[in-house]
Ligand binder design. Structure first.
Ligand code: FMN
Length: 137
């Protein structure tokens, strides 16, 4: 799933829930990711979910910004309430405000409150095993 912060975005599957009440999640972001530089500035990001037929688009967004600086420009979008981009042609989104961060080796773990969520379509989600992608050391 792509994670959008202002303009840049990266694919992410090192993401999981960490609190029911309030709803919160954790996300591990590569220390070399350009998107990580923008998080202290905005204090927010969005998690956007692909539908099952959107494997090709998922591959395009997973490219690093160093190789594809305007990759987010290929997608229809609008700003969410935090200013993070919501990709309106995808399945749906979570909008998050950063509550804390923790160094974790070559990644940084962000802890974030989910402040909004929505669906743009009623399809099934693209699952990582179905897409054949991986992100493993
Ligand atoms: C299947 C898949 C999962 C990924 N998961 C993560 C992840 O959890 N965290 C992360 O920092 N990058 C992940 N990436 C790499 C990002 O897509 C991206 O290349 C990297 O974060 C650089 O982002 P940038 O565009 O902000 O520089 C993943 C890539 C793929 C293909």
């Amino acid at each position: 799933m792509p994670v959008g912060v202002r303009r840049l975005t990266g694919g992410a599957n090192w993401l999981t829930q960490c609190s029911f009440d309030p709803p919160m999640l954790v996300l591990a972001v590569d220390n070399e990711a350009h998107s990580l530089d923008l998080i202290p500035e905005s204090g927010a990001f969005s998690v956007n979910f692909f539908a099952s037929g959107q494997r090709r688009q998922a591959g395009r967004l997973a490219r690093p910004a160093s190789r594809a600086p305007d990759k987010l420009g290929e997608f229809e979008q609008r700003d969410g309430e935090t200013g993070a981009p919501l990709l309106t042609g995808l399945l749906g989104y979570l909008e998050c405000r950063v509550a804390g961060e923790c160094p974790a080796g070559d990644h940084t773990v962000l802890v974030a409150a989910i402040v909004a969520a929505g669906l743009f379509a009623a399809d099934a989600p693209l699952e990582i095993h179905q897409a054949g992608f991986n992100y493993a050391g």
